[in-house]
Every structure is written in C-alpha cells, then in structure tokens.
Design a protein around this ligand. Structure first.
Ligand code: CA
Length: 405
C-alpha cells in the first residue's frame, strides 16, 4: 500500500494480484549486486540518525545482525513491467468467485469483531474484509521479504532512499516496542506487511490494538488488522453510511472531457445529465441530491462507468490507484451479494479468474509447454506456438482454444 505505489502501479498490481508476476520477473536481467562498502558506510551514517530518533543500540544491533543488502529488492524498485496489465485482467484475478466466497466466509467468521469495528470507526464489515482480501488474500499472502533487509537495502541504494529511510526507522521502532516479533516482520519488497499490508510509517500513525493484548499486531491479530484498516479509512475521510459509488449508464454520446474521480458534482447534476445507476433509481435517489460525486471510467466511454463518492477516495488513499480502489469497492459490493458489472469491458478477450488461470496452465503443461509456475501469464513463445498473438497475455480466447479436445 501507500505512496510509492502510484509511481509503480503495474508492479503493485502484480504484487497484489499475486497472479501475473512469474514470467515478467523471469524476463528481467539478474539483480544488481549491492556494493558491500556502500552498505557498510550507509549503515554507519544511518545508525546515529536512528539513535537520535530513539532507536537503542541493542535494537539496532539485533535488527541488523547478519543482514546483507538484497539486490532482488533493487530490481523490483527499478522493474518496469514489459506490458501494462489491462484493467479487465487485473479485476478478473482480484474479484473472482473464489475471492467472493472466501470473503463471505471471513465475514461470517469475524462478524462480531467486524461489528465492533464498524461501531468504533464507522466503516462497514464488507469494506474492511474487501481490503483484507485484496491486500493479502485474507491473510494468505503477506509477502516474503524481511523488512529490515528490504528497507535497509532501499535506504542505502536506489532512487528513493530518503523515503525508505523513514520506513526503516519506523520498522526499528516497531521492533523496539515489541509490537511484532522480528520473525513475523516480513512483507512486500517495499515494506508493506501484515493482513492489510501497512507500510511501517502508516503502522506508526494508524495501527490500533483492538484485541486488547497491549500490542497492535497486524500479522497475528485479525481484530487488530481489521480495526487498523477501518481506522485508516476513517482518517482518509470515510463517511459512515455513504455508498462508495455505483456503476452507472451514460447517455449516448456523453462527453467525458474534464470528468474524473476528482471532479465532484452533486448527484442531482448527474441525474439532470442523464447519468443513471444501472441497478435502478436515479443518482439523486441513490445518493441524496447534494452528495458530491465524480464520474470515473477506467477504459473509456464504452467500458463500465461509475459515480464515486468521497468513500471511494478514502479507499483510493490506501494505494493511490483507481484500478486498485475499484477492486476493493467492487469486492465489497460482491460480498454484500452484488452482481458483476453490467457493462462489459471494451475487449473481445476478457480476463481470467484465478481458477481459470490455473486451468489454463494445467492444460498448457499437459501439452508439454514449459510454463513455470501456475500464474496466468504466458511467454511469447508459448503463444506463438499456439497460434495466438504474442503479447504475453492469456485471456478467455486462449483458454477456450485449449479446452477443445
Ligand atoms: Ca493486539
């Protein structure tokens, strides 16, 4: 989550979806080897800064014992994905039937906690669980990078050192307070960790102890993670009881110029212009006449369109990407029993769910293609051999072709 991901959105998407990455990563050059002398000099410089910020000598020594810089993290920082993931692929993997079913089970399992969270922070259960589902697949994927090593590396090498030094400092504070044991302080390459993937500075500002054991622990405590997420959204401007938005139908020939998530107009103005919620009713009836709403489209006027409220902006604040915000918002609707979007994405080759990606790769493997891990992305060679355009992407067309006996 947070900040840097807006510069690296495609990478963030890959991480979040945990579904596209293998072949993209495989095609990059080997990670650069960080210079040991630079590392030593950098730590020597950072250590007194940490001490001035209250990090004790024993905390520092324990944290950096046997830690060496990780070139793989630097490769992630500089990695420009070869192809941008289309929005329909991104959403097909993040909001599929499997995640909806998993999320509904989690809603059931944690409802007493989620109701208390809603009372305390004003954020409803489905929204909180949707963040959880998109960030870590309900606690199943936290990331694999030890935070001190990853953030230490990024503090000493690469192009965002000042930013990552603040994250490293926050990590050391977390360790010093004993909020999270060192062995569980593992997360994304950029330092997001736990059930809802907070950056360490975000943790410092907003994490809460909701299970009452005296520690805010986003790795081991679902109540702490749920409450911390709701706290984040509350601070980001969440308004209790307000819809995040709704899919809408645009009148024929509607001019999108100048419109966007940030260009807010009262619901009544949209209603007057003929912008209508697909689920029925007028924008005024659904949102209230004076509610400020922006019109968001992610694939032009021919794809799904949405009127979005300040609650969408709060979700957006979690990761600074509209595609990401839509994944969470839409998953929350699906968890409440909502339907898939009424308007199809403007493509003749829609994206694959995670189950379909696994099926496709199993089918490919049965035909003798070396596809590596089951991740839903294909190398160009496999596609060419199969007679499809070589663009590194697998969609419904390829799956259907492979399903033919
Ligand atoms: Ca706790």
């Amino acid at each position: 989550m947070a900040f840097f991901i807006q510069h690296l959105q495609p990478v963030a998407c890959l991480l979040a979806a945990a579904a596209f990455s293998a072949s993209a990563v495989a095609q990059t050059s080997p990670p650069p080897e960080p210079d040991a002398a630079v590392w030593a000099a950098c730590l020597k410089k950072l250590r007194p800064q940490a001490a001035r910020a209250g990090v004790s000598a024993s905390t520092w020594t324990a944290a950096f014992k046997n830690v060496t810089p990780d070139g793989g993290v630097l490769a992630k920082l500089d990695n420009q994905p070869e192809f941008k993931t289309p929005i329909w692929d991104y959403l097909a993997g993040l909001v599929d039937d499997e995640r909806v079913a998993d999320g509904q089970r989690q809603l059931q399992a944690h409802m007493p906690t989620l109701e208390r969270v809603a009372q305390a922070y004003g954020v409803d259960p489905a929204t909180v669980v949707a963040v959880w589902g998109v960030e870590s697949n309900f606690g199943q994927s936290f990331g694999r990078y030890p935070l001190v090593q990853a953030l230490g590396t990024l503090s000493c090498f690469g192009r965002r050192q000042a930013f990552f030094q603040q994250e490293l400092l926050a990590t050391l504070h977390i360790l010093q307070r004993g909020d999270v044991p060192p062995e569980r302080l593992v997360g994304s390459w950029a330092g997001a960790f736990g059930h809802t993937q907070f950056m360490p500075t975000t943790y410092e500002r907003l994490a809460v102890d909701f299970d009452g054991d005296g520690r805010g622990d986003l790795t081991a405590s679902v109540p702490d993670a749920m409450a911390s997420t709701a706290h984040f959204l509350q601070k980001a401007g969440w308004k209790s009881g307000l819809l995040w938005g709704a899919e809408v139908k645009l009148p024929a020939g509607f001019n999108l110029a100048g419109e966007g998530r940030r260009t807010k107009r009262p619901a009544s103005a949209w209603a007057e212009r003929g912008v209508t919620p697909v689920a029925g009713g007028s924008a005024t009836a659904v949102f209230g006449a004076d509610t400020p709403l922006g019109l968001m489209t992610l694939a032009g006027a021919n794809g799904p369109a949405f009127l979005v409220s300040r609650n969408f902006d709060a979700i957006y604040g979690y990761n600074a990407a509209e595609s990401y915000g839509l994944a969470i918002a839409h998953l929350s609707d699906r968890l409440r029993g909502g339907t898939p979007f009424a308007t199809p994405w403007p493509t003749d080759d829609p994206g694959l769910s995670r189950a379909q990606r696994r099926e496709l790769q199993t089918l490919l493997a049965q035909r003798g293609h070396d596809i590596g891990t089951v991740d839903g992305m294909l190398g160009d060679n496999e596609q060419s051999r199969l007679g499809h355009e070589a663009n590194g992407r697998a969609g419904q067309k390829l799956l259907k072709a492979l399903q033919q006996p």
